[in-house]
Design a protein around this ligand. Structure first.
Ligand SMILES: O=c1ccn([C@@H]2O[C@H](COP(=O)(O)O)[C@@H](O)[C@H]2O)c(=O)[nH]1
Length: 255
């Protein structure tokens, strides 16, 4: 169930990599090689690449190509949180699904059906809708009541009526594990992407207790907790160890 977040910050990676031509890619490559045996997905958060301009975008492209070429069974998630009027969303979908060849993308549901459908038109790809996010600001809007539903419940319920909704997955933060029972009532079979264990303090035990289905149905993400396990030359080895530890902890909840 482990998904590893590739959120590369040049201020946090080991200093010896900074002299290389493409330190972001070299860091990712070493992390991927050391962790791929323990995870089923990689999630680069696009902000961490956009922040470095052309250099960052090139490193993102090299990273996704590397995963697709070397480890084609790994599921890839562009954590881009896009969504706009239809023709603009269609361009986002083209960028992430066709040009970069990600398997999936995170999308914000705020602009509604026509902003999400262009992503769903790619029938061999997945759209991961922000359901209930892990941050404290989730309280501002996602828990507002609409009829008897919280707004986030309305998003889950309504999105299931959209064309090609079988391709939808949902983000539910590990810090909101209390609500996973409610989420599972609405979405008994959907895959959930769960960020927020580790650095944000979400409980793996609660996530597994309330979120697991017969097919497991969870992708549990950790970014900083794995990729910055060490800031020294042994960073990849230490990341591999952290990934193994988390995978072993998860396996205790699987029959
Ligand atoms: O609700 C959300 C949605 C996305 N994220 C993203 O997941 C990772 C979490 O990183 P950690 O270092 O493991 O905390 C990061 O890319 C977030 O932007 C989220 O945390 N919560």
């Amino acid at each position: 169930m482990l998904c590893i977040g590739l959120d590369v910050d040049l201020d946090k990676i080991p200093k010896h990599l900074l002299v290389l031509d493409d330190p972001i890619f070299e860091f990712n490559k070493a992390i991927i090689d050391a962790t791929q045996a323990y995870c089923i997905a990689y999630k680069p958060n696009i902000a961490f690449y956009e922040a470095y301009g052309v250099k960052g975008w090139k490193a993102l492209k090299r990273t996704i190509d590397y995963i697709n070429d070397e480890y084609p069974d790994q599921f890839t998630i562009a954590d881009a949180k896009r969504g706009d009027i239809g023709n603009t969303s269609a361009m986002y979908a083209k960028a992430f699904f066709e040009d970069l060849n990600f398997d999936s993308i995170t999308v914000a549901p705020y602009m509604g059906k026509d902003s999400v459908e262009p992503f769903l038109e790619f029938e061999d790809k997945h759209t991961i809708l922000l359901g209930l996010t892990s941050n404290s600001g989730a309280e501002d809007f996602q828990f507002l009541k609409s009829d008897s539903d919280f707004l986030f419940e309305k998003v889950l319920r309504t999105s299931q009526t959209w064309k090609n909704s079988r391709q939808l997955m949902y983000v539910v933060g590990a810090t909101k594990a209390d609500y996973l029972k409610t989420v599972r009532k609405l979405l008994p079979d959907s895959f959930l992407l769960i960020p927020g264990v580790g650095a944000q303090g979400g409980s793996l035990e609660e996530v597994c207790k309330f979120g697991l289905t017969g097919d497991y149905g969870l992708l549990i993400n950790s970014s900083r907790g794995i990729i910055y396990a060490s800031h020294q030359e042994d960073f990849a080895e230490k990341a591999g160890q952290k990934a193994l530890d988390l995978q072993s902890a998860m396996s205790k909840y699987i029959n």
